[in-house]
Design a protein. Sequence first.
Lengths: 190, 224
Amino acid sequence: MKALILNALKREQSSIEHIYKILANELKDRGWKSETFMLQDIDISSCKGCFGCWTVTPGICVNEDESSQIIAKFIHSDLIISLTKVTFGGYSSELKKVFDRTIPILSPFFMKAGNETRHKPRYKKYPNLATIGVMIHPDDESEYIFKTLAKRIALHFHAPQQGTLIIFSGQSKEKIHEKIKTLLRTIGGE
Amino acid sequence: MTYRKSALMLIGSPRLTKSNSSSLADYLDRQLQEKYIQTNRIFLLSALKSNDSIIDLFTSVKIAQVIILISPLYCSSLPYIVTKSMELIHGCRTSPNLPNQQFYALLNCGFPEFHHNHTGIAICRLFARESGFIWSGGLGLGMGETIGAKSLDKAGYLFKNVMKSLDLTSQAIAEGKEIPSEAVSLMQKPVLPKFIYKFVAHYNWKRQAKIHGARNKLSDRPLL
């Protein structure tokens, strides 16, 4: 089983650096093959909203950079785990930049899904999505928006399963480890 | 002309002036100016280009009495350039004595349903709260692609609800009030029947792909 970690936590935030290490070790212990993109180290441009990935070179972004690698690995993974600071209830800009660039994996055509419209899948299989948000202080509204956003993104990308986890920066390593184990169990990470 | 107040419009589309966000801003701009509100417009993609332009953004935000974000929805929330701009603006608003500045948001998405914008509007609300602005309401438009980056007035009847909503919103901005619920409801009304919107959208994707010689590749799976 292959996992792709999109780590948008900044290295200089030493109080939360251990979260990634706990996650990577847990995946290893479970026999997962994981690969990580430290988004801080990657220089990709932002989506230009040109829709060239749908109408010029369908399925491939017309602006080639390192995002092409991420998108290819995204679609070939069983699980995507995003690590981000909760930013106004949403994803940090580094993580959002990556998700904005992944629309080539969807079809431009619409489909009906329940009470709303979404883009049809381009591929037959999509990975499960797990999202880990880090917060400094508890904030119910921020947490609710973050969980809602993660669910909506999972629906958008046709993820068979999704899970969201909130970690507070002051939590003990043991507590964080326990939460990560539960998250992985929830989304089929046994 | 003596202005009553100043409003800064932040445009979140990377398509700059050739965007639906810009068309919405054009219409709102005219309404605000008619109400003696001095307007200024910043395209966030351009604002993020250099340290100097970021400082200009900070200065413009600092002096405006009203901030209006007009943005498309990307992947269920705000595009990267908007998120990055928010992080930067938030970072420079550390003073305990910030002036009373109102923050409004107008989001548009390409899906037929307006409710896709809800999470993006909620993020705007939290940004305003955490950055010391007065949250004054958000509008969400579905079927945004019907604008086609053109003038709302020229399309006439098609955008009558959108224009009416913006008329009411501009009045609320002039009076320093929250966006009225009537404006929110008008913006949520479908521009077209859903089945027509979907038909036209699908036709347009095929037409554009044909122009680029990709008509038969629209459903390709190049990463397999």
